[in-house]
Design a protein around this ligand. Structure first.
Ligand code: SAM
Length: 262
């Protein structure tokens, strides 16, 4: 299936942050409950150990994605890390909640951070979860180039995929999951219930954006093409897929310089 960059509601600047947060909070809940990114933790840890890095700068953090779970797992495994959450449209309520739950090991930038141009002052491995597909090829490449120019380690992880299995799964499950899970999503908000059960905007946006996300996700071959003509001779790249316990593939790209300046 070829890549199609269809319209995602979440990307629209006119979408009120309150509605965007409904989706990113729900995604955070699902990623954590189903431990969707658990298989990548050993790979993340390995590159952090190789580059002697103890800081994660998460880009496009949304509602925090899997970062709290990753940070807690790494602490349990004896590799403590600190995390900074960032986003172009920061979900401050979610960021504050995660900071509190992490005992201040996870902090955030309250001002917008553009993933294609990240300040060198934000030091650590740059991670992107469930978000690289939001970028058209040129901007996506810019994210990697920006990391390379600033000698930063980068990890891109996507559980969506251009595969029949994912598309059918989205069609069959999204509405059910959103309807059942919404009361458990935190922070509790009456507006979340309103936009789910009175006006079903939340299930609709999750369904549409979830479906489109699969069609937009880059394959390992496309990721390989992106880095092939990049001036990054000192970088080691790992591009591959891992299987989650639900049969999804997690496509990932990890790149690190011989010696990181971050
Ligand atoms: C699908 S959400 C992913 C959230 C989170 N990483 C997760 O796994 O749950 C994509 C996020 O990318 C953010 N985003 C979109 N364009 C961006 C950009 N140019 N720079 C930084 N963040 C951006 C959106 O605000 C949104 O929060």
């Amino acid at each position: 299936m070829g890549r199609r960059h269809l319209f995602e509601l979440e990307d629209q600047h006119w979408l009120p942050n309150q509605l965007r947060s409904l989706v990113t909070d729900l995604l955070q809940y699902q990623l954590t409950t189903f431990e969707l990114y658990k298989p990548i933790i050993p790979h993340l840890k390995k590159v952090m150990q190789t580059t002697d890095c103890h800081q994660i700068v998460d880009l496009c953090s949304g509602g925090g994605g899997p970062l709290l779970q990753i940070q807690e797992t790494l602490v349990k495994e004896g590799y403590p890390v600190s995390v900074t959450l960032t986003d172009k449209y920061p979900n401050l309520e979610a960021f504050r909640r995660i900071r509190q739950l992490s005992g201040n090991q996870i902090d955030f930038k309250a001002e917008p951070v553009e993933a294609t141009n990240v300040s060198s002052e934000l030091k650590g491995i740059r991670t992107l979860f469930t978000s690289f597909h939001h970028f058209q090829p040129e901007a996506a490449k810019k994210i990697i180039i920006d990391a390379v120019e600033k000698n930063a380690v980068i990890g891109i992880f996507e559980f969506t995929e251009r595969r029949f299995y994912n598309v059918i799964g989205t069609i069959l499950l999204t509405f059910l999951l959103v309807l059942f899970q919404t009361p458990f999503v935190r922070p509790f908000k009456w507006s979340r219930l309103f936009w789910t059960y009175v006006i079903p905007f939340s299930p609709f946006i999750c369904f549409w954006d979830g479906m489109v996300s699969n069609f937009r996700t880059y394959s390992t071959v496309e990721l390989q093409d992106m880095i092939s003509d990049m001036k990054s001779e000192t970088y080691t790249w790992e591009i591959n897929q891992l299987k989650s316990k639900f049969g999804h593939h997690i496509t990932y790209l990890i790149g690190h310089p011989a010696k990181s300046g971050q």
